[in-house]
Every structure is written in structure tokens, then in C-alpha cells.
Design a protein around this ligand. Structure first.
Ligand SMILES: [Zn+2]
Length: 266
């Protein structure tokens, strides 16, 4: 009994000091929102039930990409600018800048390339995002009897959610935060919704699919950079990944004409 209480007390102290440490670092704002408890995260082990997948290099790369995005250390302008001392509001997405220039638009409201921009808004990944949207709707859809007919209903619509309050900034931000939490933490419940056995069963499948999306996006970003900058000026390849080979290599899809849904200016 005493050892049980001692363990609980030690655990409480660890959680408290971990929270204090997180609160001190502004770069971990997103991480604080995603991680509520000091426990091993499911995305690290979600592929374990599929040994072939769990052993694949592609799945490990996706896991690393998701971890970097969650922890605020992904290879994006927000993080690069932090290292170089660039003001946060000037860490622009170069893809969006180039698209704006190509379309003859004024750069009066440029997008900061942070995690939200990359995963939810940037036109460079529209095709990947549409595919994720379809897959999540399929995974979370349900079969229901309507009269005498069995009807399959569409599940969560990520893109519909992101567009549903486009005239209301506050609600649009709440929607964006929820979709980001779904992608980076597999949370398919909105605030106030109670978890059910079905939600628990779906979470792993959703998490695995979102992890692949994170990997696809980061691979596409790197391919785009390399295509634009050329080998000599391409971004430092600090993880030793190759860009063209492997089962998971992603070709950059042409997205000319696509527009950024919502620009950030912060
Ligand atoms: Zn962009």
C-alpha cells in the first residue's frame, strides 16, 4: 500500500515538473496542446499490430516526421527562422510566395510556414490533403439502416470542417486547431464529446493514416525544395533520407491554380 502511494506521489511530481518545463518554452505551444499527459504516445506504436508495416523504413520515416511536427522541430521555415533569428512573422512559406508571384498577386499578406500552414493550408499539398480527407471520411463513416436500406454515411470531413466557418475567425481558428489535433494526435472527438468503444477502435486507424500524411507532406516539401533550389542550394539533408527512392517516395503534384485557403499573419 505504501509503495503504491509512493509511486503515485512520484508520478504526480514528475508530471508537475514536466508541465512547468513545457510552460517555459514558447516553441512548444503546439506540443502542449497535443500532449496532455507524460505517457508514451500511441503514434509510436500504432503500426506494431502490422509487423510488416512496423518494420518498414517508410513507416519509421513517417513516425519521425510526425514526431518532429508535434515537437516543433520539423524542417519548415518557422523552425529554420528560429535558428537564424528571423522574426516569427517573417518566416514565410516560399511555395506560397512563388505561387502568388506567378499569379501576379500582391504579397500583402504572406503566409508564415508553421505546422498549421503546412498541414492544413499550403497549396503545395492540396492533393495529399484531399486524399487524407477522403480516407478519414471513409474510416470514420458508419453503416446505418435507413428504413429497410443499409446506408453508408460519410464520416468526419476535414476539409468541410476547415471551410465551414470561413467568415468567423474565432470559430475558424477553433476548427483548425481541432483538425490539427486530429492529424497530430488522432483525436477524433470534439470538445465535450464523450468517447465510445467505436471511437477507441477507430483512433489507431486514423492515427496511422495521419502519420502517413505527415510523412507524405514532408517528403513532398523536400522534393519541391530540391526541384527549385537544385542540389547545391537544397536544404541540408540532416536525416540522410533519399528523396527519389523507396516505396514511400512522393512526387510533387502540380497544384498550379490552387489557392491558400486562409493566410496567416502572425
Ligand atoms: Zn504555403
Amino acid at each position: 500500500m505504501f509503495s503504491h502511494q509512493l509511486r503515485e506521489r512520484v508520478d504526480d511530481c514528475e508530471q508537475a515538473s514536466w508541465r512547468e518545463e513545457l510552460a517555459r518554452m514558447s516553441s512548444l505551444k503546439l506540443y502542449r496542446r497535443l500532449k496532455q499527459q507524460l505517457v508514451r504516445e500511441d503514434y509510436l506504436t500504432v503500426a506494431d499490430s502490422h509487423p510488416q508495416l512496423a518494420r518498414s523504413l517508410w513507416d519509421r520515416r513517417c513516425t519521425v516526421d510526425m514526431a518532429r511536427l508535434r515537437c516543433g522541430v520539423a524542417d519548415i521555415a518557422l523552425v529554420r527562422g528560429r535558428r537564424c533569428g528571423v522574426a516569427r512573422q517573417q518566416r514565410y512559406c516560399r511555395y506560397c510566395d512563388r505561387e502568388s508571384e506567378r499569379n501576379g498577386e500582391l504579397l500583402w499578406c504572406r503566409a508564415v510556414e508553421d505546422e498549421e500552414h503546412v498541414l492544413l493550408q499550403c497549396g503545395a499539398y492540396d492533393a495529399l490533403r484531399r486524399q487524407l480527407d477522403e480516407d478519414i471520411a471513409d474510416i470514420t463513416g458508419e453503416e446505418r439502416m435507413v428504413g429497410s436500406r443499409l446506408v453508408r454515411t460519410r464520416g468526419i470531413g476535414l476539409l468541410d470542417t476547415l471551410q465551414s466557418h470561413c467568415r468567423d475567425d474565432r470559430r475558424a481558428q477553433q476548427d483548425a486547431e481541432w483538425v490539427l489535433t486530429l492529424i497530430l494526435a488522432g483525436c477524433i472527438l470534439r470538445e465535450g464529446e464523450r468517447p465510445t468503444a467505436r471511437h477507441d477502435a477507430l483512433r489507431g486507424v486514423v492515427l496511422q493514416r495521419c502519420k502517413q500524411y505527415c510523412g507524405d507532406v514532408m517528403r513532398a516539401r523536400k522534393a519541391w525544395w530540391n526541384a527549385v533550389e537544385g542540389e547545391s542550394a537544397s536544404e541540408t539533408d540532416d536525416d540522410g533520407d533519399d528523396d527519389g527512392g523507396g516505396d514511400g517516395a512522393v512526387a510533387v503534384t502540380s497544384v498550379s491554380g490552387s489557392r491558400v485557403a486562409r493566410r496567416q499573419q502572425r
